[in-house]
Design a protein around this ligand. Structure first.
Ligand code: 3HC
Length: 315
């Protein structure tokens, strides 16, 4: 016979049922705290690692304007990461612990960032497809039951919209350019389309966390339904660009009111998640090297802060 719910459990469930936010000082089940730390930390790691693929093109952007836009976008991603580490820290962990877990390979980041950026068109495809998929997911997360995470999403989504627009504009310029430029855009979309669909996670039937995360209103829409939302939004945009999405089974299904699309290669997905993607090793090596080489910045900031504190005490 299950024990009657405690007062804390009853209040937590009432807040969830009333669609009210759970705040850091509210009681919460350990499992709720644990899965939020897991998801928010991996989200933060994804933002920071995600700076690498596009950062690779800052010095090779075709114009000063494109360079300035790309620098602004990559800097935004860093800010999103720091914002999300702050949200995770409201749950009682430190960002250094989380970064350590990433560096030790014990924390994941989004599979999408383990693919190489081979041409300038990849910067457009990432902005349009990867940030587009991220927005689809993050708009849903603005309704997450955990207050700090939901509020972080509101601010991040505003910046993501600029990220997606600049990517789409890059592809529009290429598609209206020479035959070679259009071919470069098509090649990039061929390589980024399926990995972008994988960003939403495994099929609902294979998802470890979806059922409980939906019950706790952390997740408000399932992986498959969000993926479908993204496909339905993106196909008309590809048609406007004059690009063909690399899926022969993609077609509008009047009865369903959605696009049908082909089978995702889940072996590839799990292979990349397990660390065997094209760039997994380079991404993590680069991240650890940057962390170690820039330790002096953290030390200088902490020394300055300690000095300031001493001064305040002395006054
Ligand atoms: N890449 C790597 N791992 C993934 C993954 C992906 N695309 N999708 C799922 N996984 C992992 C999960 O983390 C989980 O592993 P874990 O138990 O070790 O954490 C396992 O696969 C099973 O997946 P579930 O569906 O059960 O996991 P979730 O319920 O956590 O759902 C998610 C996965 C939809 C990605 C969810 O975690 C989420 O919404 N995360 C927040 C959004 C996010 O992290 N986006 C990543 C991209 S950020 C970005 O693109 C920034 C932009 O500015 C470019």
């Amino acid at each position: 016979m299950t024990a009657a719910p405690t007062r804390d459990e009853t209040r937590f469930q009432e807040l969830i049922d009333r669609d009210e936010k759970i705040e850091p000082t509210d009681w919460m089940p350990d499992g709720y705290r644990k899965t939020l730390i897991r998801q928010i930390a991996q989200h933060a790691h994804s933002e920071v690692i995600g700076m690498q693929p596009e950062g690779n093109w800052i010095t090779r952007a075709p114009t000063l304007r494109r360079k300035a836009i790309l620098m602004a976008k990559v800097q935004d991603e860093a800010g999103h990461g720091l914002y999300l580490y702050s949200a995770a820290e409201t749950l009682g962990v430190s960002r250094h612990e989380l970064v350590d877990l990433l560096h030790q390979g014990k924390h994941k980041y989004s599979s999408i960032f383990n693919y190489p950026t081979l041409t300038w068109a990849d910067v457009g495809a990432i902005g349009w497809l990867v940030d587009g998929a991220a927005i689809t997911n993050q708009v849903m997360l603005t309704r997450c039951s955990y207050g700090p995470y939901a509020r972080a999403m509101v601010r991040i989504c505003k910046e993501e919209s600029f990220h997606q627009r600049q990517g789409y504009e890059i592809l529009l310029a290429l598609c209206r350019g020479t035959e070679e430029q259009k071919a470069m855009a098509q090649d990039a979309v061929n390589r980024w389309w399926w990995p972008a669909l994988m960003m939403f996670g495994p099929p609902d039937t294979d998802s470890t966390h979806t059922e409980q995360s939906m019950a706790w209103k952390i997740k408000r829409v399932s992986n498959d339904d969000l993926r479908q939302q993204f496909v339905d939004m993106t196909v008309p945009q590809a048609e406007y660009l004059g690009l063909t999405l690399p899926d022969p089974d993609l077609r509008w299904n009047e009865e369903r009111g959605h696009y049908d699309f082909g089978q995702i290669d889940w072996d590839e997905f799990w292979d990349v998640v397990k660390g065997n993607g094209p760039m997994n090793r380079e991404r993590l090596e680069h991240k650890v090297r940057a962390w170690e080489e820039n330790a002096w910045v953290r030390e200088a900031a902490l020394a300055y802060e300690a000095k300031q504190r001493q001064r305040k005490v002395a006054v």
